[in-house]
Design a binder for this molecule. Structure first.
Ligand code: MN3
Length: 381
């Protein structure tokens, strides 16, 4: 059981809920990092008294330094400050950064020998093979925080041989645009896309949920976390978000994890694995839920899932390409600069760019990410 913890991205949705869990279980906080929300970070510093805190924006870091001058917490500025926090020796580093910005901090934390509770799915999407190799070499565990992957991880407990797994089944809520046609989606706004039916999450992932790119990224994440080939990872639409994912074994027995949609369950399991502790999360009342529904996803309207599968089949860094195009297009859609359908177009176009080399470094991934972002922006202008 861990005693201390660093949280990268502590003022976001996952970070705040992780601190709820930390408060309850009495974990010591080594370091906290935030992008810009220093008012929240200040309160967190006063409550949890970490040794270090980093703010990615150097000007905001300076502002925070003055605010918390009366505490013992040292403020580290900029991206380098975030990386320094990732490198601190800790029992566990919970990475809840958004996007490829999480890749390098995950690598640094692994090199420092800390176990990883991974909420940043883009780490595995962009650099999964390399991250898995680093984790093996440094005897570090990567524990999933993403609710579907936590459900699969929980459903795999007791599985002694991966050969007995027939398939992984990721559930998907379908997002706010479930049931809509491509034509109906032409004129949807970012405001409409930001209304998720079941989960309260950050803006980037909520848009990813509306395009179902999120599920595409999660297929890639599942392949890399569990070492199961792409054609044995299925997606099942389940509107109620109560069955969080399932594993089908070779005897056709299906094991699933269920619970109310509250991220504190998967966060806590990643931090206490293999043990379980009481949780403030509501009990699941299946009689009240009454009906659980399941259906096949509409992969023609929501094309991003298939594009992510294509990236996986091509190998190399194609998964980093689709991720880069999506991050850029997602951002442009949120600021009202492009239409909803252009997100999938950008993801598709990124596959044109050669990225098949198998022998790559962290620097290659970051360079490719930059190039694809530039091309995506130029294409969408
Ligand atoms: Mn998820």
């Amino acid at each position: 059981m861990i005693k201390n913890l660093t949280i990268l991205g502590s003022t976001g949705s996952i970070g705040v809920q992780a601190l709820d869990v930390a408060r309850l279980l009495g974990f010591e906080i080594k370091a906290l990092t935030s992008n810009v929300r220093i008012d929240i970070l200040e309160n967190q510093i006063r409550e949890f008294r970490p040794s270090y805190a980093a703010v990615a924006d150097p000007a905001k870091a300076e502002e925070l330094k003055i605010k918390v001058a009366d505490t013992d917490t040292e403020i580290l500025p900029g991206r380098e400050g975030v990386l320094e926090c990732a490198r601190l020796e800790a029992d566990c580093v919970l990475n809840s950064l958004v996007g490829i910005a999480g890749l390098e901090p995950t690598a640094q934390a692994i090199l420092a020998g800390s176990n990883i509770a991974l909420a940043n799915k883009e780490t595995m999407v962009t650099g999964g093979d390399l991250i898995n190799r680093l984790a093996r070499e440094n005897s570090v565990s990567i524990l999933p925080v993403d609710s579907e992957h936590s459900a699969i991880f929980q459903s795999l407990q007791g599985c002694r041989d991966k050969k007995q797994i027939k398939k992984l089944i990721l559930t998907a809520s379908g997002g706010p645009f479930f049931g809509k046609t491509a034509q109906e989606l032409e004129n949807v706004t970012a405001e409409q896309a930001l209304k998720h039916p079941n989960w309260s999450m950050g803006a980037k992932i909520t848009i990813d949920s509306a395009t179902m790119m999120n599920k595409g990224l999660e297929i890639i994440e599942a392949v890399r976390l569990f070492g199961i080939p792409e054609d044995r990872v299925e997606v099942l639409v389940h509107r109620q978000s109560i069955v969080h994912s399932l594993v089908e074994y070779n005897d056709n027995s299906v094991i699933a994890q269920l619970g109310v949609p509250d991220m504190r369950i998967p966060i806590q399991y990643a931090l206490t694995y293999p043990d379980r502790f009481e949780s403030p999360v509501k009990e699941l009342d299946l009689a009240q839920a009454a009906t659980l529904t399941f259906s096949k996803p509409d992969c023609e309207t929501f094309r991003c899932m298939e594009l992510c599968r294509e990236a996986l089949r091509r190998g190399g860094l194609y998964t980093a390409s689709v991720n880069a195009a999506n991050e850029k297009a997602n951002e442009l859609f949120r600021s009202g600069k492009i239409r909803f359908s252009q997100i999938a177009q950008a993801v598709e176009a990124s596959l044109e760019y050669p990225a098949g080399a198998d022998d790559y470094t962290l620097g290659d991934i970051i360079e490719l990410d930059r190039e694809i972002r530039e091309k995506t922006e130029a294409m969408l202008k």
